[in-house]
Design a protein around this ligand. Structure first.
Ligand code: HT7
Ligand code: ZN
Length: 872
């Protein structure tokens, strides 16, 4: 398949003045009539090439009201080309599509009997022939016709300007969107849907109607999403001065959806999982996701829709910036410390491995085969870190000045990441040219710090080195511009005031720009403890001289909550790695009593916020430990981590019992807010340690926690620990859960997921068995992710089992799924690409599984790209 390259970008030769579309909806044969008012741009004597997918049939082509014969245009499997066109003309194209057969869930498809669309990135070309590229923006007027009884609700972008009845029980609606938009933001929904309505008055006094459409029976489960939307609208006005621009904002929740949600202009479409939430069916983590994703899609109205991307290489222009905005929103709504820790945990778990593997690419990639494969943690999460660094370099005021200039310059345009940094740079008179390397250079920098205290001179000198290892296609790396928020902590646990660069302060920003640099702090009266990269001010891997005592000290005292938490993680990782080595040598690992003391101090510290305490008491994940190993040994990691958990649970059993009892919330109305969620999180962590300490004898306690749970967070906490155990309570709780929730697909996904991630023997057999469950289908992406994805990504212990059966299972599922939904199939491949991290026995089996996929017959571009790059 062809490789698309950034360097080959050329501007469009034709402009669309306006587009009118008519949809005659029918599940198996929908007729789409698209009329485009087109202008050929001056000096562009080139043919008009329209994108179109092979799954769509061309019915007719009309130029200025005259039907064109076959020979007047060229039709291939992926395009329609017209030559010798006048300077201005009207082009009408009729296509016929089969939404019911559309299992790819791109373009127009059916989900539980309703029609819906997904056009980003290149789904519009599965609806009609069109210049399906983000730099072609135009206004749309859309007429939808459908049988009224089956599809009473007809929605598209913009304002609903006309409705009426038609013969034969059909009806129609006309929608007009006054804002020019690229085709990827087009949306249409038709169905028999329930609706919840609210209102929001903007800062400019615009009265906006807010509606959430869901399948009947779910209307009572959208209150939290609506509340999140209203808070997002308010927050965007207060923090960014950005106001909503239409009189209506619609959200539709659908069951079959490839990703989380989609920001179509004024008609956001969501995976129902990220809209529907009530205490009985959603965990606290689900509530937080609903809030964050509703906000993210809403924020795209300005960062993505009003100003969009020139081409798909610029995807991070809208995604990195919008993730940064949603992270800031969630931090403001909840807790900045907890939010930052969770965001960094996610970055380390998903983006760091991606950047160290065969699929590593820059935030602004240079090339792709299938753009769907580039909706990655690098483009989203690392992209957000790049924006966050700009924010910390420029400060809140400077950053907002840059945003203001960005909108002044580019509202209504399709632009590049360079345009964004130019606005930031010009608004602040600051040269960001070195900083911009973060967009084009891939790989995670390794920053190494060594320290020296001079007691006589009262100086503290640190030598900082940076190195980024080669990544595919980038052998040579240059030093990046790395801002490191830093403080020196005194023996009393307080930040010391000291001089750096002529400035006396308790915290400084060190700017690393070279491969190696020295930084000297003056006026340092005692040997300090270094607290560097506070708040994770730069997305780097940091190695320092600090030993276990310094880490324990930071765990107890660091004023920066991120570094306080991080010190515990570093300490935990280093202990687990030591224990792994002992296990590998056939020994019995010891547990460092100082670490147990440090964890005990945290457990007892009454001044710590419960949500933070829950995070600080949680050991680094098995994946994160694996990241630190040259050759990953999943069994030893699991064994060592469990051993450490047991030791902590046993050492502080009484304290965990105390936390479990005292953080019980008074009975009454469930509060989804951050504070109450923090108590539940801490109680769950305490329950887990009690389970680790008591082993199988904890089963009755876990069962009673499950039986008494009046919310999904508590129920899942008990079930999570029980599913790892071989006790009768396991089956009884799983069966009770299934009986209660078998009618709710969203909740059944949790049931699938928890079993797929079990550490018990024979989990793969269980997963294969669950694929036969009546609630499971390969056609629904949520089901696939919750069972197959959870096993292959969330269960390293069994996925990497010695005989390679986990790998063969994944290859088999990818091959089967590629015929149904290539986008989701390609995403499943990820874990196999990590083969270089394992011993030769595992490597051979992982590579064999990838080869098996590659040799299995005709593959989609999506799966081909991931599989071939993974092997390279
Ligand atoms: N901009 C959207 C990304 C997206 C997507 C969403 C649903 C299905 C397929 C999709 N392809 C790309 C979501 C977002 O980042 O806001
Ligand atoms: Zn987004």
């Amino acid at each position: 398949p062809p490789v698309i390259r950034l360097q080959d970008y050329t501007a469009p030769a034709y402009r669309l003045r306006h587009v009118e579309m008519v949809f005659d909806l029918d599940p198996e044969s929908t007729l789409v009539t698209t009329t485009m008012a087109v202008t050929r741009l001056a000096g562009m004597e080139v043919p008009l090439e329209l994108d179109g997918d092979r799954d769509m049939a061309l019915v007719s082509v009309w130029l200025d009201n005259r039907e064109l014969p076959d020979g007047r245009y060229e039709l291939t499997e992926e395009s329609l080309t017209l030559r010798d066109l006048p300077e201005e003309f009207e082009l009408q194209i009729q296509t016929s599509i089969n939404p019911k057969a559309n299992t790819k869930l791109e373009g127009l498809y059916q989900s539980n009997g309703m029609f819906c669309t997904q056009c980003e990135a290149e789904g519009f070309r599965r609806i009609t022939f069109f210049p399906d590229r983000p730099d072609v923006m135009t206004t749309y007027r859309v007429t939808i016709r459908a049988p009224k009884a089956d599809y009473p609700v007809l929605l598209s972008n913009g304002n609903n300007v006309e409705n009426g009845d038609l013969p034969d029980g059909r009806h129609y609606a006309v929608w007009d969107d006054p804002f020019p938009k690229p085709s990827y933001l087009f949306a249409l929904v038709a169905g028999d849907l329930a609706m919840m309505e609210d209102r929001f008055t903007t800062m400019g006094d615009r009265d906006v109607t807010l509606r959430i459409f869901v399948e009947h029976g779910n209307e009572s489960r959208c209150a939290y999403a609506m509340d999140s939307l209203i808070r997002s609208m308010k927050w965007d006005e207060e923090r960014f001065g950005l106001e909503y621009d239409l009189d209506i904002f619609n959200i539709v929740a659908v069951s079959d959806f490839n990703m989380g949600a989609m920001e179509n202009k004024s008609l956001n479409i969501f995976n129902a999982k990220y809209i529907l939430a009530d205490p009985e069916t959603a965990t606290d983590a689900d509530f937080a996701l609903v809030e964050g994703i509703v906000a993210h899609e809403y924020f795209h109205n300005w960062t993505g829709n009003r100003v969009t991307c020139r081409d798909w290489f610029q995807l991070s222009l809208k995604e990195g910036l919008t993730v940064f905005r949603d992270q800031e929103f969630s931090g403001d709504q909840r807790s900045h410390a907890v939010q930052r820790i969770e965001d960094v945990r996610m970055l380390r778990a998903r983006q760091f491995p991606e950047d160290a593997g065969p699929l590593s690419h820059p935030v602004r990639p240079d090339s792709y085969i299938e753009i769907n494969n580039f909706y990655t943690a690098t483009v989203y999460e690392k992209g957000a870190e790049v924006i966050r660094m700009m924010h910390s370099i420029l400060g809140e005021d400077g950053f907002q000045r840059g945003m203001k200039l960005y909108f002044e310059r580019h509202d209504g345009q399709a632009v590049t990441c360079d345009d964004f940094t130019a606005a930031m740079s010009d608004a602040n008179d600051m040269d960001l040219s070195h900083f911009k390397l973060w967009y084009s250079q891939s790989g995670t920098p390794l920053v190494t710090v060594s320290e020296h205290y001079d007691e006589t001179a009262k100086t503290f000198r640190i030598r900082v080195r940076q190195e980024t290892r080669p990544t595919p296609g980038q052998e040579k790396k240059q030093p990046l511009y790395i801002p490191l928020r830093t403080a020196l902590i005194g023996q009393d646990g307080q930040d010391l005031s000291c001089r750096f660069d002529g400035v006396e302060a308790r915290e400084h920003v060190l700017t690393l720009t070279k491969a190696e640099q020295d930084f000297v702090f003056e006026g340092v009266g005692e040997k300090p403890i270094l607290s560097i990269n506070r708040g994770f001010s730069a997305p780097v891997i940091l190695k320092s001289d600090a030993g276990h005592p310094e880490k324990a000290f930071q765990m107890a005292h660091d004023a920066d909550p991120f570094n306080r938490w991080n010190a515990g993680q570093d300490y935990g990782v280093s202990l687990i790695l030591e224990m792994v080595e002992t296990l590998q040598n056939g020994g019995k690992p010891d547990v460092d009593p100082a670490f147990l003391d440090a964890m005990g101090r945290i457990a007892r510290d009454q001044a710590i916020d419960p949500a933070f305490k829950a995070l600080a008491l949680t050991l680094p994940s098995e994946d994160y430990v694996a990241e630190q190993m040259q050759v990953v040994d999943v069994e030893a990691i699991h064994g060592a981590r469990e051993h450490l958990r047991r030791a902590i649970g046993t050492a502080h059993r009484d304290q965990f019992q105390h936390l479990y009892e005292t953080h019980r919330l008074e009975d009454g109305r469930f509060d989804p807010g951050a504070e109450a969620a923090g108590h539940r999180a801490l109680r769950s962590v305490a329950l887990g340690y009690l389970g680790s300490a008591d082993g199988d004898t904890a089963a009755p306690v876990l069962k009673s926690h499950f039986d008494q749970a009046d919310n999904m967070t508590d129920a899942m906490a008990a079930l999570r620990y029980l599913t790892d155990m071989d006790v009768p309570e396991r089956a009884s709780c799983l069966t009770a859960f299934e009986e209660r929730w078998k009618g709710n697909q969203q909740v059944m996904d949790k049931w699938f997921g928890i079993q797929a991630m079990s550490a018990r023997q024979n989990t793969l057999d269980d997963v294969r068995g669950l694929m036969e469950h009546p609630a499971f289908t390969m056609k629904n992406p949520n089901r696939v992710r919750s069972l197959i994805g959870a096993f292959c990504i969330g269960n390293p212990l069994h996925f990497h089992v010695q005989d390679g059966s986990g790998y063969d299972f994944l290859a088999e599922q990818v091959i089967a799924l590629d015929k149904i939904n290539p986008q989701v199939a390609a995403r499943l491949m990820g874990p196999l690409g990590q083969w270089r991290r394992f011993d030769s026995g595992h490597q051979e089996k992982m590579k064999a599984a990838i080869s098996h996929v590659l040799e299995s017959g005709e593959l989609s571009k999506d799966v081909y790209e991931i599989a071939s790059k993974s092997l390279a």
